[in-house]
Design a protein around this ligand. Structure first.
Ligand code: SF4
Ligand code: FES
Length: 237
């Protein structure tokens, strides 16, 4: 176990725990966008910053990537922390002014859209957190999407914005996206995502459409489980 002080409160946590989890475990809230339990940490959004003190030195760190240390003094609401967090929030809002998630979060953090940053009108709701790219690569294992272009033109999508043969229509990217940027429509026997239309499979037991055929074929190939055994939805298992 390691012992630390967070906002004046003594807390203990197991070694290797990230500050974010240690702080939340103590009942203190920290705003986050990119820390999703399904994927590895990227430290992309920078909203989870806190101030740490070691000896006489203080510095700002991203709590989702910094492991708790014995004797660390952590401040989650110092003036320095709030200033960094507000600046990050202003930049995110300028990039995605239409995002309801960001609008709600900025209200909670008392941040108004600032005239000093020109609002983008073409980025949709994507904050470039990379969670969708990571889940596609790390969990699903197909790497159908990625980040393309550079600087302010960087976007998430399929290579060359074309239909990707690698995509299996599973929707894992939609599930992890914190802002609802990725569009997926499932109606009857069809699912549309990333410019492709996938045929859905009915459950052999209840008859409900429950997964794209391509996804089931992919799982069958990867795991060796016969396709027939995968033809039952989660509710009927
Ligand atoms: S689409 Fe969503 S998950 Fe993917 S990078 Fe953008 S905000 Fe993150
Ligand atoms: S949650 Fe830590 S950088 Fe996004």
């Amino acid at each position: 176990m390691v012992n630390l002080i967070v906002d004046g409160k003594n807390i203990s946590t197991t070694e290797g725990t990230m500050l974010l989890e240690a702080i939340r475990g103590a009942g203190i809230s920290i705003p986050t966008l990119c820390a999703h339990e399904a994927v590895s940490r990227s430290g992309a959004c920078r909203l989870c910053v806190v101030e740490i003190k070691k000896g006489n030195r203080t510095r700002i760190v991203t709590s989702c990537l910094y492991a708790a240390e014995e004797g660390l003094i952590v401040d989650t609401k110092s003036e320095r922390v709030l200033n960094v967090r507000r600046l990050v929030m202003e930049l995110l809002l300028a990039r995605c002014p239409e995002s309801e998630v960001l609008q709600k979060l900025s209200k909670e953090l008392c941040v108004e859209p600032q005239a000093r940053f020109i609002a983008d009108s073409d980025k949709g709701k994507c904050v470039l957190c990379r969670s969708c790219v990571r889940v596609c690569e790390e969990v699903v294992g197909v790497s159908a999407i990625g980040l393309f272009s550079r600087g302010s033109h960087k976007t998430v999508g399929t290579p060359y914005n074309e239909k990707s043969d690698a995509c299996i229509g599973c929707g894992a990217c939609v599930y992890v996206c914190p802002t609802g940027h990725i569009e997926m429509f499932t109606t009857g026997d069809k699912r549309k995502i990333w410019g492709r239309t996938f045929k859905m499979k009915t459950c052999d037991t209840c008859g409900r459409y429950f997964a794209p055929v391509d996804q089931l074929k992919y799982i069958s190939k990867k795991t060796g489980v016969p396709l027939k055994e995968l033809a039952i939805c989660m509710d009927c298992r």
